[in-house]
Design a binder for this molecule. Structure first.
Ligand SMILES: CCCCCCCCCCCCC/C=C/C(=O)SCCNC(=O)CCNC(=O)[C@H](O)C(C)(C)COP(=O)(O)OP(=O)(O)OC[C@H]1O[C@@H](n2cnc3c(N)ncnc32)[C@H](O)[C@@H]1OP(=O)(O)O
Length: 281
């Protein structure tokens, strides 16, 4: 994919710094040359639905951030009210056989890249973050959320099941008992509730403030040996990463089997319809 590289002056939380900015159609990477922190922004209107292309872009951008020796990664959205609406349901509803395989593989790749990233990661959750959106946020090491939005793994409400590795990310943030209950209920938490339960670490009034708080979190590693920190993180997350790495073919087949069940297809169709009706009103 063609990528345009440009140097730009962009306002940031602590002042206007020259940033190296790399743009694809669906994500932007901006590295602040003062802090060395990369901001990875999702930009797929209308709702940052995670389709094949966005997932591939995300993985490519994470690899780029790892490669350019950034001091940290902040994940956010260009949409002022939606961090990510989760997986693009259109990829799973009446799917094309080859594409849906590529889609799930790209999701596995993106998760492995983000959850296993060697750099410190934080999510500036500047909008709603259901299901796959919550997966991305909980794959990061720190979360700052703006008020009056919602976050959670709502899969059971759609009649679908979050795979084990979605649960792993959730479990790395929430106590087991809370995670199990929320997953079974398909519960979406408001910002205040998410803060109270520990699903997010901080609240912020504006996106700029959220980015600043994420940068401060990443700054807490400034005096820590980066190799020791990265190896520690890797070891800490190794079990979940290795589980998916070793079972990814079976995970794909399980997903395909599940998603092709007539009852699941029917449920997704009804859910899509309800979303579209809501959008019209
Ligand atoms: C033995 C056990 C085996 C287990 C094996 C496991 C198998 C694995 C099974 C599969 C697992 C899949 C896991 C799934 C994860 C997911 O992420 S599913 C997606 C979940 N997402 C949602 O439920 C969010 C739905 N969207 C919303 O709630 C709202 O849209 C919003 C995000 C809160 C934004 O609201 P608003 O700003 O009001 O926008 P809308 O008007 O609602 O939407 C605008 C248009 O966007 C469309 N849209 C919204 N979300 C999605 C989506 N996720 N996918 C596709 N399209 C979406 C919406 O329909 C509107 O479209 P138009 O009408 O065409 O404008």
């Amino acid at each position: 994919m063609m990528r345009s590289k440009l140097l730009s002056l962009v306002p940031c939380a602590t002042g206007p710094f020259r940033t190296m900015s790399t743009t694809t159609k669906l994500t932007t990477v901006e590295v602040n040359d003062k802090t060395g922190i990369a901001t990875l922004t999702m930009n797929r209107p209308p709702v940052n639905g995670l389709n094949l292309d966005l997932l591939r872009d995300l993985r490519q951008s994470i690899a780029e951030i790892e490669g350019n020796k950034s001091r940290g990664l902040i994940l956010t959205s260009s949409n002022p009210t939606i961090f990510s609406a989760g997986l693009d349901i259109m990829e799973m509803y009446k799917p094309d056989k080859e594409r849906v395989r590529a889609f799930w593989t790209a999701l596995q790749d993106a998760w492995l890249a983000l959850y296993g990233s060697s750099v410190p990661t934080a999510a500036a959750i500047n909008g709603h973050s259901p299901a796959g959106g919550c997966l991305l946020a909980t794959s990061c090491e720190y979360r700052v959320m703006l008020p009056k939005f919602t976050i959670g793994l709502n899969e059971t409400k759609l009649g679908i099941v979050a795979p084990m590795w979605f649960m792993s990310s959730f479990l790395s943030v929430l106590p087991r008992r809370e995670a199990e209950r929320a997953l079974n209920q398909g519960r979406m938490f408001t910002t205040d509730e998410a803060l109270q339960i520990g699903l997010v670490d901080e609240a912020a009034g504006t996106k700029e403030e959220a980015l600043e708080k994420c940068a401060q979190f990443i700054g807490t590693f400034a005096k820590v040996n980066p190799i020791a920190r990265a190896l520690t993180k890797q070891q800490f997350r190794a079990a979940e990463l290795e589980q998916l790495e070793s079972e990814r073919a079976q995970d794909l087949e399980k997903f395909l089997f599940f998603i092709n069940q007539p009852a699941v297809q029917k449920g997704l169709g009804i859910y899509l319809e309800s979303l579209k009706k809501k959008a019209k009103n």
